[in-house]
Design a binder for this molecule. Sequence first.
Ligand code: MF3
Ligand code: CO
Length: 291
Amino acid sequence: MFNKIGRNDPCWCGSGKKYKQCHLAFDDKIAGYKRAGHIVPSHKLIKTPEDIEGIKRSAAINMACLDAVGKEIKVGMSTQEIDDIVVRVTKEMGGIAAPLNFEGYPRSVCTSINDVVCHGIPSEEEILEDGDIINVDCSTLFEGYFSDSSRMFCVGDVDPGWKNLVDVAKKSIEVGLEQVKPFKFLGDMSQAINDFVESNGYTVVREIGGHGIGKEFHEDPFVSYVAKAGTEMLMVPGLCFTIEPMINMGACDVLLDADDDWTVFTEDGSPSAQWEVQLVVTEEGYELLSW
Ligand code: MF3
Ligand code: CO
């Protein structure tokens, strides 16, 4: 697809500059990686400065939801009440909760407790107990732009071993972020996360990963946390994706709930923790957009 634009034509990025004064050298560089056999992003995945501003406005709502959940969450609360908070804050700020009706998902947020790895469905019957660890995964649409982040909350008095799992899951994102630089590969980030998690005695879920995001909720690339360094998509400025590894205390194997077709559990019943951030690759490294 690259290099079909004339040198003096307007650049594909919409900057209004001539191609030769804008993304021509960038495209040539990427084409070299492609010839060498690497996976490279299409133009469609490269966000413009206006796109980034749009995502940031969406992210302000996204993070306000999680801030509100953090203030209100407590023992005895139902996961439906967490959904209610997200619906309320999203609405107050003029956004749309992206999960509702997404591929048939029935609520506005995912709430995943203890051995639930991800995509737990809020319910009035599900009550937070002392010692629970819960992931609240919030995704927001605002004026055409998606944002997506998730946090863990420790409810009441949590076992120190479980707290450590939550801390290692959080730290693993920082370890991954150190690898996010233009012209490195997504696999560099994945392997750093995997090595760090395994050195702490935990495992990383293989089947479910992060994703590109922007004008679509989930777009390319698929972001693995079990890929090897030097593999997967080339990271270039403007590429926007999530880092959201799911970390299990026991084995990495997971099961899908056959009744609701959404809830993912650890096969061995061990607890699982996950944090999620959304970022854009910059000239220098990365900028976090939601966290
Ligand atoms: N928020 C999840 C993610 O991080 C996706 C949830 S899909 C839903 O990608 F339908 F369950 F919301
Ligand atoms: Co996500």
